[in-house]
Design a protein around this ligand. Structure first.
Ligand code: 4AD
Ligand code: MG
Length: 426
């Protein structure tokens, strides 16, 4: 039967004959010997093919990224990558690859043009594995706490996070939008199941070309009945700590391949610092930022304050004009809302959460104040008509989380096929 590289690269297999299948990752030819690095989903192993043996002719033909099956004997060899190699007894070519376009010195934008091929790189292979595990950790975190996973609609009738980033879709003779967040629907579901979460795509017609914006990203969101802002902060904190703990422990190989700086994990300690918006404003002014009360933090401001803190932290109590319509105001200061952002160094905002307005009149007032159409939100206002409860929740961007965890240059590296202002191909 076929084995994987990782499995056979162990003292247990030394001297044993195994059959592997995969692709040519690298190839080096000497007069009497050919070294091929075989790549499969688990790793790479060196294959040695000696002149005069049966597979030598086939090995000569193999080009980079050709697919093949090899039978051989596992040997221990300190000079080989990973310390083991396979001495080939038989090679069967499956497909001889044409000249592979990805060579050593290609640009980042070229790698995005050929993402369908770059996805084979060890870098992308490792990122995708961690991505899958992180999603699993998130699900297990919520499952353990009795949350139920709920799948929200992707076609929606109105904005959750403001009209500016809404994608309009022709829907038969009508128009609808692509969802920006599951939140408004989640707020309906908590009346049935009080603790819920999702991991689903969100869409933003985002015109900014930054390292942290995609037009399609994956969103981990939670909503809880009878919860307040403090509950949300504690939940986010626990979630991030759990993810970091498991990534550090269970993704060692990937972290090594990606050369991740592990010092960040030391800074992930509960409780995360909790700063009020006004305090942040003061700190930023001291750094020379000219910010007025009521202005939202931009990427530069977030990076500056995050660098000062050095690890994950919260900013809360934002001016109402910086947040979406659904955020609940403080009882003793109607200018501030019970909203919170979780920030990390280099990336800035990782998650946003809030207490939601639970009073019908207050909600209608806010919708009108922002010149939104109350008709589009009739069903949402309904939730404040029948047994309304205080409730809160948050949303966290999966790609931003991965970009931070894995020291990726951009969120574009954290998703298999990134969609941005200028890119929907491949
Ligand atoms: O801050 P946002 O817009 O908040 C919401 O959507 C709330 N309704 C969530 C909730 O309370 N359930 O988005 C939440 C997170 C951001 O903090 C960010 O990590 C990520 O989603 N995000 C993006 N990630 C990549 N590309 C974009 N264009 C993103 N926009 C938001
Ligand atoms: Mg936000």
């Amino acid at each position: 039967m076929y084995k994987y590289t990782k499995e056979v690269m162990s003292p247990k297999f030394v001297g044993k004959e195994v059959t592997l299948r995969g692709w040519v990752y690298r190839k080096r030819e000497q007069k009497d010997i050919i070294f091929i690095l075989l790549r499969d989903s688990e790793g790479v192993i060196q294959i040695t093919v000696r002149k005069g043996t049966k597979p030598f002719k086939e090995a000569e033909k193999l080009s980079i990224e050709s697919s093949f099956i090899v039978r051989g004997v596992v040997k221990e060899d300190k000079r080989a990558p990973g310390g083991f190699e396979l001495e080939a007894k038989e090679i069967k070519i499956i497909h001889l690859a044409e000249r592979f376009p990805i060579t050593r010195d290609v640009s980042k934008s070229f790698l995005l043009d050929v993402r369908h091929l770059w996805i084979r790189s060890r870098k992308m292979n490792s990122i995708l594995k961690v991505r899958s595990k992180v999603m699993k950790y998130i699900r297990e975190f919520f499952d353990k706490r009795g949350f139920v996973e709920i799948s929200p609609p992707m076609f929606v009738s109105g904005a959750c996070e403001g009209g500016a980033t809404l994608f309009e879709v022709k829907y038969f003779d009508d128009k609808v939008y692509l969802t920006q967040s599951w939140q408004l629907y989640a707020e309906a579901v908590i009346f049935s199941i009080d603790k819920i979460y999702t991991i689903a795509p969100s869409f933003r017609a985002e015109k900014s070309r930054t390292i942290r914006h995609l037009t399609e990203y994956w969103h981990a969101e939670a909503e809880i009945a009878f919860a307040d802002l403090d509950d949300v902060m504690k939940l986010e904190e626990d979630l991030l700590c759990e993810i970091c703990k498991r990534v550090k422990k269970e993704c060692k190989e990937e972290l090594e391949i990606l050369k991740v700086d592990l010092t960040k994990f030391k800074k992930v300690k509960k409780p995360f610092p909790r700063l009020k918006y006004e305090e942040v404003l003061e700190r930023l002014r001291k750094k020379g930022f000219k910010m007025k009360f009521g202005e939202d933090l931009g990427y530069d401001e977030e990076k500056a304050i995050a660098a000062e803190i050095g690890g994950p932290f919260f900013i809360y109590a934002y001016p109402k004009e910086t947040r979406a319509f659904y955020c609940k105001a403080y009882e003793d200061n109607k200018e501030l809302v019970k909203a919170v952002d979780l920030l990390v160094p280099r990336i800035g905002e990782l998650a946003s959460g809030s207490e939601r307005i639970d009073d019908k009149e207050e909600l209608i007032r806010r919708i009108k104040e922002l010149k939104m159409d109350p008709k589009q939100y009739e069903w949402y206002i309904d939730l404040r008509r029948y047994g309304s409860v205080p409730h809160a929740g948050f949303g966290l961007g999966i790609e931003r989380l991965l970009a931070w965890l894995l020291d990726l240059e951009s969120v574009q590296d954290a998703i298999p096929f990134p969609r941005t202002l200028t890119r929907t191909y491949p």
